[in-house]
Design a binder for this molecule. Structure first.
Ligand SMILES: [Zn+2]
Length: 626
């Protein structure tokens, strides 16, 4: 998987280490209280036996709630706090049902993804639908498995308290069969269950309101119909409010959620809805303050859960997970559009133009690779580019007769997922303000050119949105524009946008060369065109100016896409730091410019050029061929 942000992991580690010790203390207190309640029970005279048993069971139950609440975040701590077999052996049967036991289960894994309310990353979780008792078990792993799609069948063993199982995937999980391909098309028959609690029977939405948001005119159904070119739709039912026989939870573990969901299904049956008749189950709870997530979705599985959320954006997002998608991320390579992955970060969500990246009640359609992943684009709508040439693609929003996606292999990178290799590709698509994209106010810059993503082809691998104008901190201008290009100097691929209109965008694909700022370089020889003008450039960070071997060099992003090194041969009039203000007139500098990609391809590409004095802020300048 691609790199994430180290700083966040660091601050999280500090947080965990502080709370860890208090959790140990609390758990040890539970064990101490339990043992003393057991001694009290064992030594109680016959007359007091019943009361002592009730006390013991009560302590055991409270300990079980606590142990389940720490299992997912601290499975190692859970295992270190287990009772010794002598204590367990002498427990009366009434208490044993709340105590740890060894379990061996076999069933279907469900890979559950949680979406936090603030966009931070929440750890993915797993549950198992056990074949024998048809119960859902929450799984807490010491070492997580690699499976990332629901539907994988496994056998496993671990230590359980009620329906929470703690185990080690590297030692106690055996693959029985991998997840079968699942359909992303057709009618998704959905049962929405509205759920509140014994001590909180609020009904924040009416069933009619939720029915309209799932199946009405501006709904989940309408979104998926438009997005899929009428290949995927949603229909179904909404229950009236179900009050489960539990209080509003004060902790938020998956085992508790499984209990709530089981009760809700039982109540739905009483209302006349058989959950077995639906291929999507949506559990809409009133807001549970103990849970920091807004929604969860099984990736490639049937269930989604909502925490007080009632808008279509979050429904569409979690159901997108059910269809097998993961997030639409933004790929941040700093001042460069693309660079070796070690110097880039994949920022979670942050592809604002896809509801899997930025969830909104005015949702954008899915991006190019997501539509491809879901099988919504036919072969005739997809071009896998293998040679240089000019290609036109139609807007992504509605089905076209011709190409809507260009796929270009990115040979230097691939992903290994579930032990299988998936090659990265660039995906070029073209967005226009049509339908949901018009409602969501697609920015004009996004509609003026091709969007670029990287994706491996594995349905649940996150898509990576590329900013073709990096370093300016502005996201809407990430798309290409006429005359601009996206260049991958590592793979020597460049894609230049020639023109666009409402019907399509035309792109020229170059292999084995990187065309620098179009007009200035001969595309075949890589040499500069005499008299050509290279457009205004900006020195991104003047502090990168250094003095090496007597020569200056600094990096200049040209149109924000590509860097060249410029070695000044002479610096007439230059004194002090380069590119300071205070130069009068048009001072001529002579440079050798080595396009570092061109140097690989064409040998020496040095030439002389003229640098005008800084034109504003001291950092903008123009240079042109002499
Ligand atoms: Zn999500």
């Amino acid at each position: 998987m691609r790199s994430t942000i180290g700083v966040m992991a660091f601050s999280l580690a500090i947080f965990v280490s502080i709370s860890f010790f208090s959790k140990v203390t609390i758990a040890e207190d539970y064990n101490t209280n339990l043992k003393s309640a057991l001694v009290t029970y064992q030594s109680a005279p016959v007359a007091d036996k019943t009361k002592a048993l009730i006390d013991l069971v009560s302590v055991t139950q409270a300990r079980a709630v606590y142990m389940k609440s720490i299992a997912e975040d601290n499975p190692g701590l859970f295992l270190s706090l287990l009772l010794d077999s002598a204590t367990l052996g002498t427990m009366p049967v009434e208490a044993k049902q709340f105590l740890e036991r060894e379990v061996a289960l076999k069933g279907t894994l469900r890979f559950v993804h949680y979406d936090t309310l603030d966009g931070s990353v929440f750890p993915d979780r797993y549950s198992l639908l056990n074949i024998v008792d048809k119960q859902e078990y929450a799984l807490a792993f010491v070492n997580k498995p690699t499976y990332s799609l629901s539907g994988t069948v496994v056998s496993l063993s671990g230590v359980a308290i009620e329906n929470m199982v703690v185990l080690d995937a590297s030692r106690t999980v055996t693959l029985v069969s991998p997840a079968l391909p699942f359909s992303t098309k057709g009618v998704q028959k959905t049962l929405v269950m509205l759920i509140n609690f014994k001590n909180n029977t609020n009904q924040p939405f009416t069933p009619a309101y939720i029915r309209e948001h799932f199946f009405g005119t501006r709904s989940v159904d309408a979104y998926y119909r438009e997005n899929s070119f009428n290949q995927t739709s949603f229909s179904g039912d909404v229950t009236t409010w179900i009050t489960v026989p539990y209080n509003m939870p004060t902790s938020c573990d998956s085992a508790l959620l499984s209990d709530f969901k089981q009760s809700a299904r039982n109540e739905a049956i009483k209302q006349g809805f058989n959950p077995d008749n639906y291929n999507r189950l949506a559990y809409l709870f009133i807001r549970m303050g103990a849970c920091i997530w807004g929604g969860t979705g099984q990736i490639g599985g049937p269930e989604s859960v909502y925490n007080g959320e009632g808008g279509i954006g979050v429904f569409i997002h979690e159901l997108g997970h059910n269809l097998g998608l993961h997030h639409a991320n933004f790929f941040d390579c700093g001042q460069l559009a693309i660079a070796p992955y070690s110097s880039c970060s994949s920022l979670e969500y942050r592809d604002y133009y896809d509801d899997m990246g930025s969830t909104s009640d005015f949702p954008f359609q899915f991006n190019g690779p997501h539509k491809f992943a879901l099988g919504w684009l036919a072969t005739s709508n997809t071009v896998t580019v293998t040679k240089a040439g000019t290609y036109t693609i139609a807007p992504l929003e509605k089905l076209a007769n011709g190409p809507q996606i260009l796929r270009i292999k990115k040979p230097d990178t691939y992903q290994i997922i579930d032990g299988k290799r998936y090659d990265d590709y660039y995906y070029f698509s073209y967005r226009q303000p049509i339908g949901f994209d018009a409602d969501a106010l697609l920015p004009p810059e996004m509609a003026a050119g091709a969007s670029v993503h990287i994706w491996s082809g594995y349905i649940a691998d996150k898509t990576q949105f590329i900013d073709t104008t990096p370093g300016d901190g502005i996201r809407p201008n990430s798309a290409l524009r006429d005359g601009a290009q996206f260049a991958d100097p590592i793979n020597k691929i460049a894609i230049k946008q020639l023109k666009h209109d409402a019907n399509g965008v035309t792109l020229q694909v170059f292999y084995n060369t990187v065309q620098v700022a179009g007009k200035a370089f001969n595309e075949t020889t890589g040499k500069p065109i005499v008299g050509a003008t290279i457009e205004t450039c900006q020195v991104a960070n003047p502090s990168t100016v250094t003095n090496s071997l007597g020569n200056f060099f600094f990096s200049v992003p040209i149109k924000g896409q590509f860097c060249v090194k410029i070695n000044p041969v002479s610096q007439p009039g230059l004194s002090g730091p380069f590119l300071t203000t205070g130069f009068e007139g048009r001072v001529k500098y002579e440079f050798q410019i080595a396009g570092w990609d061109c140097a690989v391809l064409h040998g020496c590409n040095s030439w002389q050029t003229t640098l005008d004095r800084p034109v504003d802020n001291g950092y903008n300048f123009k240079y042109r061929q002499p």
